[in-house]
Structure formats: C-alpha cells, structure tokens
Design a protein around this ligand. Sequence first.
Ligand SMILES: [Zn+2]
Ligand SMILES: [Zn+2]
Length: 150
Amino acid sequence: MSSLVAKLANNHPGIAFTIGNTARWSRDEQTVYHNPGEPHADWVLLHETAHALLDHSDYARDIELLALEREAWEYASHTLAPDYGVCINPAFINEHLDTYRDWLHAKSTCPACQSNGYESSPQQYACVHCGGTWHTNTGVDREIRRFQTV
Ligand SMILES: [Zn+2]
Ligand SMILES: [Zn+2]
C-alpha cells in the first residue's frame, strides 16, 4: 500500500497524496486523500487518483456524479491498475456504484414528505409535491460508506 502511494506520487508530482479519514479527491487542493485503514484501500486509492487524472470537479451536480464515478472506476481498473500490477474486483466496483446510487437517492428525497425532489441548481433541491427545498453536501465521494466485498 505505502509503496503504491509512493509510486503514484512519483509518477504524478503535481498531485499531493495525503492521509485522511475519507478517501476523496479535492480539485481545489489538487490532493488525493486516502485512508490506508479502509478495506481495499489500494483499489480506492487508484479510484481517487483516477478522479484526479480525469480532472473531475468537486462541484458537479449530483445528477452528474454517478457518471463521474463510473468513469473513475473504469479508468482505475482498465488503465491504472494494470500499470501498477493491481487487479480490482469488479464486484467491489458494482457494490460501490450501488451504494453511490442509494446515497444519491437519499440526497434527492424530500426531508418533509419523502417525495423525490429535483436538483434545481448544484446540490440544491426542490420538492414539487410540498414545495420544500433543501441542500446537500458537495463533492465526489463525500460521506459515502464503503462496503467490504467478501
Ligand atoms: Zn469516486
Ligand atoms: Zn416534499
């Protein structure tokens, strides 16, 4: 794991690799945060590095995030992983994308009446049923719970 970080940092001197509680990419800081203690941290690290190399924005609309997630996993598993001698289990990716879908659904659910809202502007939601509005947190991979694949 630490040797993978060292290799990535060496090959991508423009990107900072920093330990954090939640693995995520910050475009503003040009930093990949990674948590060596989480399950399959090397796969997640390659995924976050893919977000960085694809120059994904932290401020995409929620409705765009699933496409960004898919793109980052594809780049991680087909381009980065073979280069670094890593093999990412496709079941792990599917589980992550399912979790992400559930998370996005939870974000778009009206807190007042549980109807499905629409994203009126980035991370701002409105409910056509009761007129409620709410906002959600920004950024790729924020507050995503990750699952261990058995
Ligand atoms: Zn991601
Ligand atoms: Zn509502």
